[in-house]
Design a protein around this ligand. Structure first.
Ligand SMILES: [Zn+2]
Length: 238
Protein backbone atom coordinates (compact mmCIF):
# COMPACT_ATOMS: atom_id res chain seq x y z
CA UNK A 1 0.00 0.00 0.00
CA UNK A 2 1.23 3.50 -0.85
CA UNK A 3 0.53 6.61 1.23
CA UNK A 4 1.32 10.29 0.72
CA UNK A 5 1.98 12.41 3.83
CA UNK A 6 3.26 15.89 4.64
CA UNK A 7 6.09 15.40 7.09
CA UNK A 8 9.13 16.88 8.75
CA UNK A 9 12.27 14.85 9.42
CA UNK A 10 12.91 15.01 13.19
CA UNK A 11 15.75 12.53 13.34
CA UNK A 12 17.81 10.28 11.04
CA UNK A 13 19.84 7.32 12.31
CA UNK A 14 22.27 5.27 10.21
CA UNK A 15 21.12 1.79 9.26
CA UNK A 16 22.94 -0.84 7.18
CA UNK A 17 25.73 0.47 4.96
CA UNK A 18 23.76 3.03 2.95
CA UNK A 19 20.35 3.33 4.59
CA UNK A 20 18.81 5.41 7.35
CA UNK A 21 15.87 5.16 9.70
CA UNK A 22 13.89 8.40 9.88
CA UNK A 23 11.64 9.68 12.61
CA UNK A 24 9.00 11.69 10.74
CA UNK A 25 6.43 14.01 12.25
CA UNK A 26 3.50 13.86 9.84
CA UNK A 27 0.33 15.93 9.61
CA UNK A 28 -1.73 12.85 8.69
CA UNK A 29 -0.36 9.90 10.70
CA UNK A 30 1.25 11.50 13.75
CA UNK A 31 4.83 10.46 14.43
CA UNK A 32 6.13 7.48 12.48
CA UNK A 33 9.39 5.65 11.84
CA UNK A 34 10.30 4.98 8.21
CA UNK A 35 13.29 3.42 6.50
CA UNK A 36 14.92 5.18 3.55
CA UNK A 37 17.28 3.26 1.27
CA UNK A 38 20.57 4.24 -0.32
CA UNK A 39 20.66 7.83 0.99
CA UNK A 40 24.29 7.60 2.09
CA UNK A 41 25.49 6.93 -1.46
CA UNK A 42 26.96 9.90 -3.34
CA UNK A 43 24.36 11.55 -5.56
CA UNK A 44 21.41 9.70 -4.00
CA UNK A 45 18.17 11.27 -5.23
CA UNK A 46 16.48 11.29 -1.81
CA UNK A 47 19.50 12.40 0.24
CA UNK A 48 17.75 15.68 1.12
CA UNK A 49 14.88 13.83 2.80
CA UNK A 50 17.24 12.42 5.45
CA UNK A 51 18.56 15.90 6.34
CA UNK A 52 17.40 17.48 9.59
CA UNK A 53 14.28 19.68 9.28
CA UNK A 54 13.42 18.51 5.77
CA UNK A 55 9.77 19.44 5.22
CA UNK A 56 8.45 17.44 2.28
CA UNK A 57 5.62 15.47 0.80
CA UNK A 58 6.72 11.89 1.40
CA UNK A 59 5.45 8.87 -0.53
CA UNK A 60 5.55 5.85 1.77
CA UNK A 61 5.16 2.15 1.09
CA UNK A 62 3.52 0.28 3.97
CA UNK A 63 4.21 -3.41 4.51
CA UNK A 64 2.59 -4.73 7.68
CA UNK A 65 3.35 -2.02 10.24
CA UNK A 66 6.61 -0.90 8.57
CA UNK A 67 7.02 2.20 6.43
CA UNK A 68 9.61 2.81 3.71
CA UNK A 69 10.11 6.17 1.99
CA UNK A 70 9.91 5.59 -1.76
CA UNK A 71 9.77 9.20 -2.92
CA UNK A 72 9.77 12.74 -1.56
CA UNK A 73 9.32 16.23 -2.93
CA UNK A 74 10.60 19.07 -0.83
CA UNK A 75 8.13 21.73 0.35
CA UNK A 76 10.70 23.80 2.28
CA UNK A 77 14.36 23.11 3.03
CA UNK A 78 14.79 25.67 5.87
CA UNK A 79 18.26 26.10 4.42
CA UNK A 80 19.14 29.01 6.76
CA UNK A 81 18.87 26.63 9.72
CA UNK A 82 21.77 24.57 8.40
CA UNK A 83 24.17 27.46 7.70
CA UNK A 84 23.99 29.26 11.08
CA UNK A 85 25.09 27.27 14.13
CA UNK A 86 22.80 29.13 16.56
CA UNK A 87 19.79 28.66 14.31
CA UNK A 88 20.75 25.01 13.82
CA UNK A 89 20.77 24.28 17.56
CA UNK A 90 17.57 26.24 18.16
CA UNK A 91 15.84 24.24 15.40
CA UNK A 92 17.32 20.99 16.78
CA UNK A 93 15.91 21.93 20.19
CA UNK A 94 12.45 22.44 18.70
CA UNK A 95 12.66 19.09 16.83
CA UNK A 96 13.88 17.30 19.99
CA UNK A 97 11.01 18.80 22.03
CA UNK A 98 8.47 17.76 19.37
CA UNK A 99 9.92 14.24 19.42
CA UNK A 100 9.67 14.07 23.23
CA UNK A 101 6.07 15.32 23.32
CA UNK A 102 4.63 13.05 20.61
CA UNK A 103 4.03 9.30 20.50
CA UNK A 104 3.91 6.94 17.55
CA UNK A 105 0.37 6.45 16.33
CA UNK A 106 -1.06 9.49 18.17
CA UNK A 107 -2.52 12.39 16.23
CA UNK A 108 -0.27 15.49 16.62
CA UNK A 109 -1.34 17.85 13.85
CA UNK A 110 -1.17 20.95 16.10
CA UNK A 111 2.41 20.24 17.17
CA UNK A 112 3.34 19.54 13.53
CA UNK A 113 2.04 22.93 12.35
CA UNK A 114 3.50 24.72 15.39
CA UNK A 115 6.89 23.23 14.53
CA UNK A 116 6.71 24.29 10.85
CA UNK A 117 5.75 27.81 11.97
CA UNK A 118 8.62 27.92 14.52
CA UNK A 119 11.21 26.79 11.96
CA UNK A 120 10.01 29.43 9.47
CA UNK A 121 10.23 32.05 12.23
CA UNK A 122 13.77 30.95 13.07
CA UNK A 123 14.83 31.36 9.42
CA UNK A 124 13.46 34.87 9.09
CA UNK A 125 14.01 36.35 12.55
CA UNK A 126 15.25 35.79 16.11
CA UNK A 127 15.61 32.07 16.60
CA UNK A 128 15.63 32.33 20.40
CA UNK A 129 12.28 34.15 20.54
CA UNK A 130 10.75 31.69 18.03
CA UNK A 131 12.06 28.76 20.09
CA UNK A 132 10.65 30.07 23.39
CA UNK A 133 7.25 30.77 21.78
CA UNK A 134 7.22 27.25 20.35
CA UNK A 135 8.22 25.56 23.63
CA UNK A 136 5.61 27.50 25.64
CA UNK A 137 2.97 26.62 23.05
CA UNK A 138 3.69 22.88 22.80
CA UNK A 139 4.11 22.49 26.57
CA UNK A 140 0.64 24.01 26.94
CA UNK A 141 -0.86 21.75 24.25
CA UNK A 142 0.69 18.73 25.97
CA UNK A 143 -0.73 19.57 29.41
CA UNK A 144 2.53 20.93 30.87
CA UNK A 145 1.82 24.65 30.39
CA UNK A 146 3.97 27.14 32.33
CA UNK A 147 1.98 29.57 34.44
CA UNK A 148 3.46 33.05 34.78
CA UNK A 149 0.59 34.79 36.61
CA UNK A 150 0.17 35.65 40.30
CA UNK A 151 1.99 33.45 42.85
CA UNK A 152 0.59 29.94 42.35
CA UNK A 153 0.63 29.34 46.13
CA UNK A 154 -0.58 32.53 47.83
CA UNK A 155 -1.91 34.63 44.95
CA UNK A 156 0.46 37.60 45.46
CA UNK A 157 0.93 39.65 42.23
CA UNK A 158 4.37 39.03 40.69
CA UNK A 159 4.58 41.50 37.80
CA UNK A 160 6.69 44.00 39.77
CA UNK A 161 7.91 41.68 42.56
CA UNK A 162 11.60 41.75 43.54
CA UNK A 163 11.98 38.10 44.41
CA UNK A 164 10.43 35.18 42.56
CA UNK A 165 10.63 31.42 42.57
CA UNK A 166 9.48 28.69 40.21
CA UNK A 167 7.64 25.60 41.42
CA UNK A 168 8.79 22.75 39.13
CA UNK A 169 5.95 20.43 40.19
CA UNK A 170 3.24 22.99 39.50
CA UNK A 171 4.99 24.50 36.45
CA UNK A 172 4.24 27.93 37.94
CA UNK A 173 5.99 31.02 39.27
CA UNK A 174 5.63 31.71 42.98
CA UNK A 175 6.64 34.60 45.22
CA UNK A 176 9.86 34.78 47.29
CA UNK A 177 8.02 33.55 50.40
CA UNK A 178 6.45 30.44 48.84
CA UNK A 179 8.05 27.14 47.77
CA UNK A 180 10.10 26.87 44.58
CA UNK A 181 13.53 27.00 43.04
CA UNK A 182 15.18 30.39 42.40
CA UNK A 183 13.87 32.30 39.36
CA UNK A 184 14.23 35.88 38.24
CA UNK A 185 11.79 38.62 37.36
CA UNK A 186 13.64 38.84 34.03
CA UNK A 187 12.72 35.22 33.22
CA UNK A 188 9.15 35.83 34.40
CA UNK A 189 8.72 38.90 32.18
CA UNK A 190 10.38 37.34 29.11
CA UNK A 191 8.05 34.34 29.39
CA UNK A 192 5.01 36.61 29.74
CA UNK A 193 6.13 38.68 26.74
CA UNK A 194 6.64 35.66 24.47
CA UNK A 195 3.37 34.15 25.69
CA UNK A 196 1.58 37.28 24.41
CA UNK A 197 0.79 38.73 27.85
CA UNK A 198 1.41 42.11 29.49
CA UNK A 199 4.91 42.50 30.92
CA UNK A 200 7.23 45.03 32.53
CA UNK A 201 9.69 46.17 29.83
CA UNK A 202 12.13 47.44 32.51
CA UNK A 203 12.86 43.81 33.39
CA UNK A 204 13.62 42.58 29.87
CA UNK A 205 17.43 42.40 29.65
CA UNK A 206 19.78 41.38 26.82
CA UNK A 207 20.32 37.94 28.38
CA UNK A 208 16.61 37.52 29.20
CA UNK A 209 15.88 34.89 26.54
CA UNK A 210 18.89 32.84 27.62
CA UNK A 211 17.66 32.90 31.21
CA UNK A 212 14.13 31.95 30.16
CA UNK A 213 15.48 29.05 28.06
CA UNK A 214 17.50 27.78 31.05
CA UNK A 215 14.37 27.63 33.17
CA UNK A 216 12.30 26.03 30.40
CA UNK A 217 15.05 23.43 29.89
CA UNK A 218 15.14 22.58 33.59
CA UNK A 219 11.35 22.32 33.75
CA UNK A 220 11.07 20.25 30.54
CA UNK A 221 13.77 17.82 31.76
CA UNK A 222 12.10 17.55 35.17
CA UNK A 223 8.61 16.88 33.81
CA UNK A 224 9.54 14.57 30.93
CA UNK A 225 12.60 12.95 32.51
CA UNK A 226 14.58 13.81 29.43
CA UNK A 227 18.09 15.29 28.99
CA UNK A 228 17.23 17.86 26.26
CA UNK A 229 20.80 17.91 24.90
CA UNK A 230 20.27 20.28 21.95
CA UNK A 231 18.77 22.93 24.22
CA UNK A 232 21.73 22.65 26.63
CA UNK A 233 24.04 23.14 23.65
CA UNK A 234 22.01 26.07 22.31
CA UNK A 235 21.96 27.84 25.70
CA UNK A 236 25.74 27.34 25.91
CA UNK A 237 26.14 29.08 22.51
CA UNK A 238 24.10 32.13 23.49
ZN1 LIG B 1 3.42 33.23 47.40
Amino acid sequence: MELVVNALTLKAVDYNENDKILTLLTAELGKITAGIKGVKKAGAKLKFAAQPFCFAEFVLAKHGDKYTVINASESESFYDLRTDINKFYAASSAAEAANALTYEGDECREIFYALIKALSGMCSGSESAALIEFLLDVLKRSGYGISAENCASCGKPLLHADKLRFDLDAGAFTCGECAGTGASRVTYNVIRKLDGKSYDADFITADGEKRALRLIREYFSYKLNFAFKSLSEYVRLL
